[in-house]
Ligand binder design. Sequence first.
Ligand SMILES: Nc1nc2c(c(=O)[nH]1)N[C@H]1C(S)=C(S)[C@@H](COP(=O)(O)O)O[C@H]1N2
Ligand SMILES: [Mo]
Length: 387
Amino acid sequence: MRTAPPRESDFTSRLRSPAVASRVGVALGVCFALAFVTGVVSHWAQAQTWWIPYPTAPAWGYRVTQGLHTLSGIACIPLLLVKLWTVFPRLFQAMARPTTRTGLLQLLERASIAVLVAAAIFQLVTGLANAAQWYPWGFGFIVTHYAMAWVAIGALLVHVAVKLPVIRAALGADVESGALDRPGTAPRSAGLTRRGLLTTTWVAAVVAVLASAGNTVTPLRRVSGLAVRDGEGPQGVPVNKSAESAGVTETARDPGFRFAVVGADRTVELSRAELEAMPQTSATLPIACVEGWSASGEWSGVRVRDLLDLAGVPAGTDVAVQSLQQGGVYTRTTLQGSFADHPDTLLALRLNGEDLDIDHGFPCRVIAPNRPGVLQTKWVRSIEVQA
Ligand SMILES: Nc1nc2c(c(=O)[nH]1)N[C@H]1C(S)=C(S)[C@@H](COP(=O)(O)O)O[C@H]1N2
Ligand SMILES: [Mo]
């Protein structure tokens, strides 16, 4: 037996109305815009070639923007589900013939909505999976998530522009008013009201945020059952990649280890004892991972600027930081001149009053203010002037 697809008028719930869709849509738009802007900031922080250099201050800047990025993305999940549910009947809307002007416009609008919905779902799914360090796909996460962000925000702008008259009318009228309802919408009766649905939606979004915010807002750790990092880790700081999984347990513990500063015309090698004998500086700085978790620590070690001076590297020079770890994307990173020269940028030897744990980068690691976690290179072997 073949069943016919439903028609728009088969959906009679009063909750599936422009009154609800536009209100949830505003919240969704705000969260999406926040995720977009903070996502662009994250690319700026990680790209080492943008025209305007990424600033070194405030030290906690990336912790805040990346925390907002993941949390606004998480808030989008319940909001998007409710939004899609309220507009679902539109999928079965009768269409004019595509040969007429109205038909063509309708077709174009539907195509832009298809792009918007697909891009939005893609962003939320890939972002969530990345935060859980689960990569069930074959493409590069960073490039794809970034490219789709532009697709999503473009489609969102088109959608808002097209719907502006409906949005304005809906927001201007009482939420329970039937003025904008689809034909066939049931009259008011007992059961969940539109206000009730909206309240439930806001509560769901807030609960989702609270359940994850402990990743980065330390006092919320106890209530954040969904946080991927609970603050556990040696020396009170979570670990992203262990020495074992990076394959550095032997090289990092080798007593013959020498750290090297490679200048244009001279190289200086230092053992860990020699590094310890240099003037030590302390700085309280966060590790702020792109995955959204962050934790603050009290780091101490040698100023990178002092090390560069030993090899005659002039101020303002971009340098490369090389890890003992072989292969992998984050084993060689650039430290821009403004970061290398900052008085709080350290080759850290100690964390929270103890020698650096091997999982935090023993014998030495880079820590700099306002720098994404991925660039805070662990098990540093050398700092080099780039050829
Ligand atoms: N050599 C090396 N350094 C690295 C990484 C890595 O995989 N290899 N991971 C980075 C990432 S993604 C983060 S968030 C921080 C985490 O530092 P922690 O493990 O000390 O908290 O280390 C960074 N430094
Ligand atoms: Mo990270």
